[in-house]
Every structure is written in structure tokens, then in C-alpha cells.
Design a protein around this ligand. Structure first.
Ligand SMILES: Cc1ncc(COP(=O)(O)O)c(C=O)c1O
Length: 440
């Protein structure tokens, strides 16, 4: 019996009514998604208000790594909700336990954390920390980066979307190119282990733009919103060395890449990175709104009392989620499982790419893979016009996917890490049929 079930083209009648009502009252300003209204979800399977069942390759947006509505997480959140729903700036039993457990799960050199609610708050906070610790105010970030939508987070981003039509971005950000192996006109990606040409260019960019007040560097281990772009191996380590050699702080933005997504608990493990600051979000709460900044005590020591705070940071319900999720990871071996399921799915996806005229590249590791669509494989011209039909057709057959990309031409493969082989097979069948049916 198949896991998925879709009764007719979407939206079904109940979804249609609710979508209309939604647009009547809430501003219609979010991105394109499959036209269906979610009713409930469990593990990797989402059920909509018409009783249609889908396999989820979105995890929300890389959030529900332990699976939707994991019973242990639901129970912990329910218990905390009934006991203590809010307090501010003072500890509660959940917050103390969450901090202890998170620090114990972090790489050894990071011995302190601070809880906030969203990824943007964490990256915004990291920028303040870099500035306060060094006394300088300039931050180096990357073309294609996404660090959130608040003012400095957006300024540190390197995508036009969040900035366009909003006037000048917060000053003091120097954006350097990020190596994009599939589109590498300058030959930076296979330039030897030192990436000499790349770092010569970085230095030129910095010296041409800096007023001499550099504080730090912020970078994602892979660029998520830009299209799941993975830099060539060794580049991040070289960047970290370059950052430290220049006396700057190194912030790794793992809001998206942490909690097993890449087949390691922290993506930094792939290259043994030792960031001064780590930003964490999304799967730290698996749907419960929580984020965190992790750093060394030495870095945090620059802040005076009262300098970092947030209404809902360390909230009891958010904090209750943190240790439970770490327990689930351990008990269910989710990091290992992400690596295994990614390795299981990758050959199938590569096989689809081989037979497709438009699937130009499949890339990724663990359960974060990007499918980049092009008009043809020789020119590699981006084909953003294929994305809406792919999302819609996949949904019509029972698979939920989302899109990203500097060129808006990449489909995300990012299911919850609890994906089973049966779910992988059935969802891959759907994707194969849709991709190979793209007017070829
Ligand atoms: C790497 C990274 N940083 C920061 C953010 C912002 O997180 P939030 O949407 O929770 O503010 C995101 C969100 O997608 C992200 O992927």
C-alpha cells in the first residue's frame, strides 16, 4: 500500500476554501508553496485538510529533523506549557537543563550558550558579539549568504531579495564571493589546497572596502538559501585560518546545517572547524521556536549584564524542547541515519540527473541535497521556470518540496532525518517521474 494518497489535482476543496480565507485576512507575502493546507503531520508524512497524504522533503524549512510531532517532544512541550508558560531573564528549571545539555553537546571549545527565539536573532546577536569583543564594526560575509531578515542579518546576507527596495543596508558589511563549484568562472574551486587565487581576491576585496575596523567573518557551512551550495573541501578551514591570522572572530552560521542535517551533528565536524561563535536555530527546537548563540566564555565576557536579552529567549516551553531533542537524536541514532539515508538516496538522484536534460547537478551530503535545474546541460543556463511546475506536479503525486537558489532554480531534498527506506523509495519514484516528464 502506498504511503502517499492524493485525491485529484490540488488544492482540494477544503484547502481551496482555507487558502482563499487566509489570503483575505493575512497578507499574501510569503513564497510559492504547493497549494495545500496542512492539517497534521507525523514523522515524514503530512496530511492536509482534504485527507491527502504527502511525503515531506521540506522538514518545514529544515526544522523538523526528529520528524513532525515526535511524541516525546509533544509530551515535553505539553508538560512545560501546563507548568510554566513564561518568565523573563531569570532561570527556570527547563532553561538551566537546556543550557547544560546544549553546551555538553557542543564541540569542546564552545563552553557557553545563550538562548533566543529565531535564527535571525542569533545571527544578529553574533554580529553584535563580534563587534563588542573586538571593538571594531566591520563584518565580512559572502555573496549568496542568508543570515535572516532583521536589519544586520539581512545586510550580512548576499542575496538581492531581502534587500531590494529597502534602501541602503546597514553599513559595515563587506561581501566577498562564495565558491560555487557548479558555476566557477574564475577557477577558484580547484585551485589547490590553499585556494591561493581565491584568497588573493578576498584580500583585494577587503582592502578595497574596509575602513580598517574589521571585527569578524560570518559564513554558512553550505549556503542554504542560495541553492544548497557546498564550497570545495578545505575552503572553510582555510577561511577560518585566514580569519584568525588577521585577528578576527570567526562565526559559523549553523542555523540550518546543524543537528545531523549534513550527516554530522554539526557541519563544522566535516573540516574540524573551531569557530569562535556558532549560531544555531531551526532543528534545535524542531518546531518549537528556539535558537541559540554558542561561543567561548572569553568571547561572551565582553558583554555587560543586560546587553543581550529577548522577551522569549529561554522561555520554559522552548527550553523544554532542547534536552528532549538531544535525547531523541541519541536514542534514534539520527546523525548516523542522516548519513546513511543520504548515501542511499544520492545514487538514485544521480541516476535521474543522468537521464534528464534539465537536472544539471545533484549535490549535498547527509539529508541536505540540492537539485539544480538548467535549460540545458551544456550552457548550464538556470531554468527557474521549471520550479513551479515541479513543486506543483510533485505535490499532485504526494511529494512536498520547496525551492531555493540565487537563480531560483534549485529544489531542496531535506526530509526529516527519520525518513524510512520505503518513504525514500516512494518519494524518489515521484521525483523521477516528474523530472523525466519535464517536456523532454
Ligand atoms: C543559515 C541561516 N541563518 C539564519 C536564518 C534565519 O533564521 P530565521 O528564519 O529563524 O530567522 C536562516 C533561515 O533560513 C538560515 O538558513
Amino acid at each position: 500500500m502506498s504511503i502517499t494518497h492524493v485525491n485529484g489535482p490540488l488544492p482540494g476543496p477544503n484547502s481551496k476554501r482555507l487558502l482563499e480565507e487566509w489570503h483575505q485576512y493575512e497578507a499574501d507575502v510569503t513564497g510559492f508553496q504547493a497549494p495545500t493546507v496542512w492539517d497534521s503531520a507525523k514523522g515524514c508524512v503530512v496530511t492536509d485538510v482534504d485527507g491527502n497524504r504527502f511525503i515531506d522533503w521540506t522538514s518545514g524549512v529544515l526544522v523538523t529533523n526528529v520528524g513532525h510531532c515526535h511524541p516525546d517532544l509533544v509530551a515535553a512541550a505539553q508538560e512545560a506549557t501546563g507548568k510554566l508558560l513564561n518568565n523573563y531573564e531569570c532561570p527556570n528549571t527547563y532553561r538551566v537543563e537546556a543550557a547544560k545539555r546544549l553546551v555538553n553537546a557542543l564541540p569542546d571549545h564552545l563552553d557557553k550558550c545563550f538562548f533566543l527565539s529565531t535564527g535571525s536573532e542569533a545571527t544578529e546577536g553574533a554580529s553584535r558579539l563580534m563587534k563588542r569583543r573586538t571593538g571594531n564594526y566591520e563584518i565580512i560575509s559572502f555573496v549568496g549568504a542568508f543570515h535572516g531578515r532583521t536589519a544586520t542579518a539581512a545586510a550580512m546576507g548576499g542575496l538581492g531579495g531581502p534587500k531590494k527596495n529597502y534602501g541602503p543596508a546597514v553599513p559595515g558589511v563587506i561581501r566577498a564571493p562564495f565558491p560555487y563549484p557548479y558555476r566557477d568562472p574564475c577557477g577558484w574551486c580547484d585551485d589547490g589546497p590553499d585556494f591561493k587565487r581565491y584568497f588573493d581576491f578576498l584580500e583585494m576585496t577587503v582592502s578595497a572596502n574596509s575602513s580598517g575596523s574589521l571585527a569578524g567573518v560570518i559564513v554558512e557551512p553550505y549556503q542554504g538559501a542560495a541553492g544548497f551550495i557546498f564550497p570545495p573541501r578545505g575552503w572553510l578551514k582555510r577561511l577560518e585560518e585566514w580569519t584568525h591570522a588577521n585577528g578576527l572572530l570567526f562565526t559559523l552560521d549553523e542555523v540550518q546545517s546543524s543537528y545531523g542535517r549534513t550527516g554530522r551533528m554539526w557541519a563544522l565536524e566535516h573540516e574540524d572547524l573551531k569557530p569562535d561563535i556558532l549560531t544555531i536555530g531551526k532543528a534545535i527546537g524542531c518546531g518549537v521556536p528556539v535558537s541559540a548563540i554558542a561561543a567561548t566564555s572569553d568571547v561572551f565576557s565582553c558583554l555587560a549584564k543586560g546587553e543581550m536579552s529577548s522577551t522569549l529567549g529561554g522561555n520554559p516551553v522552548a527550553s523544554a524542547a532542547v534536552p528532549v531533542i538531544l535525547d531523541i537524536f541519541e536514542r534514534e541514532g539520527l546523525v548516523q541515519r542522516s548519513a546513511e539515508m543520504g548515501a542511499y538516496m544520492m545514487p538514485r538522484l544521480l541516476g535521474i540527473a543522468e537521464r534528464s536534460a534539465h537536472l544539471g547537478e545533484v549535490r549535498g551530503t547527509g539529508l541536505v541535497m540540492g537539485l539544480e535545474f538548467v535549460k540545458d546541460k551544456d550552457s548550464r543556463t538556470p531554468a527557474p521556470e521549471l520550479i513551479k511546475p515541479i513543486i506543483t506536479e510533485c505535490a499532485n503525486h504526494g511529494l512536498l518540496v520547496g525551492s531555493v537558489g540565487i537563480h531560483s532554480n534549485v529544489i531542496r531534498v531535506a526530509p526529516p532525518l527519520v525518513l524510512t527506506r520505503e518513504e525514500a523509495d516512494e518519494s524518489l519514484d515521484i521525483m523521477e517521474n516528474v523530472v523525466l516528464g519535464l517536456g523532454e
